[in-house]
Design a protein around this ligand. Structure first.
Ligand SMILES: [Fe+2]
Ligand SMILES: [Fe+2]
Length: 320
């Protein structure tokens, strides 16, 4: 018993140290996150800010070149080309992704899986927002919130190198089971650690609130602000459960005599079942027509979500 207590104390200390020594977001990043992509002069401002930080300019050009199919073109990329190519709506999320890869460069399989999960949740959440226009959610904010939702896990992975393997020994298959496994091993969980990391990085409040509540499945919905947070969080929770579902369920094979339609129907039922806890919780703020549609949307977009996630991971230099 005493040993376990000492272990937790040691882990708590390692996590606190990791947060305190996280590299600060370059000031250009914090300032970019505050710009409004809908302003006419947004791209000029990005250009102006990026020029002040040579490392950042270099990473931006490198990212744009990696997403550019023609290698001849890649040689000629200037900062202005890169910004124009990436487009205003994506700049903030690319900036955040690049900063995250600096801070949490993947070292092993667990790190890479966590990167895959974070990007997959971000891409799936953005697809959901696009497919549910009545929600009037800001797709980029949702993308960023989703990308950062498990930031606490990145910190835990780096602070306690043996953590991921020991946590996985608990064979968690839902996000809630993951929290319990973390508490048992580390004496804290990634929501608490994520909150501290967001404070350290001075992440804007709307994103911080998402990170802070992404495992709260029963948010209050009395006020307009509460409903908005609940909708934002609900969409990301659906994407989170979807990504965990993908990790645990390989695409099924048809059983003998089963048609493609029947197989698709069977898989949709399994996915609907996996999403049930969210749709009965925060997801219940979604209009009824969407609640019955989310599994279908994710199933139809499945290949596109995986392809886009892979493209983003490649551009960030994260490969298997
Ligand atoms: Fe999480
Ligand atoms: Fe997650």
């Amino acid at each position: 018993m005493i040993e376990a207590g000492e272990g937790e104390l040691h882990h708590g200390e390692a996590i606190r140290h990791k947060i305190a020594t996280l590299p600060l977001l370059p000031s250009v990043v914090s300032r970019l996150l505050l710009l409004n992509p809908d302003d006419d002069n947004f791209l000029d401002e990005v250009h102006h800010l990026a020029r002040q930080d040579p490392t950042f300019s270099f990473r931006l050009i490198q990212y744009a070149a990696r997403t550019c199919r023609s290698s001849a073109m890649a040689d000629k990329f200037s900062l202005r080309h890169a910004i124009a190519r990436l487009g205003s709506r994506q700049i903030a999320s690319i900036v955040a992704s690049l900063s995250l890869t600096d801070a949490f460069e993947p070292q092993n399989e667990s790190d890479r899986n966590l990167w895959l999960h974070s990007v997959e949740v971000a891409v799936a959440a953005r697809k959901l927002v696009e497919a549910m226009p009545d929600l009037q959610l800001d797709a980029e904010l949702i993308y960023l919130g989703a990308l950062l939702h498990d930031i606490g896990r990145f910190v835990i992975f780096q602070a306690i190198p043996e953590g991921p393997a020991r946590i996985d020994e608990h064979q968690w298959i839902t996000p809630l089971a993951l929290l319990e496994a973390e508490s048992a091993i580390c004496g804290t969980d990634h929501v608490t650690v994520g909150r501290q990391a967001c404070e350290h990085w001075e992440i804007p409040a709307p994103i911080r609130d998402i990170v802070d509540n992404h495992h709260n499945y029963d948010l209050p919905v009395e006020t307009v602000a509460e409903r908005l947070l609940c909708t934002r969080v609900g969409v990301i929770q659906i994407a989170d459960f979807y990504s965990v579902y993908l990790m645990n369920h390989a695409a099924g094979e048809p059983v003998e005599g089963e048609s493609e339609e029947a197989l698709a129907e069977r898989e949709r039922e399994a996915l609907s079942h996996a999403l049930e806890p969210i749709l009965a919780g925060n997801g219940s703020v979604l209009p009824v027509k969407y609640r019955s549609l989310v599994a279908r949307i994710l199933q139809q977009q499945g290949d596109a979500i995986m392809a886009e996630s892979k493209r983003i991971l490649d551009a960030l230099g994260i490969t298997e």
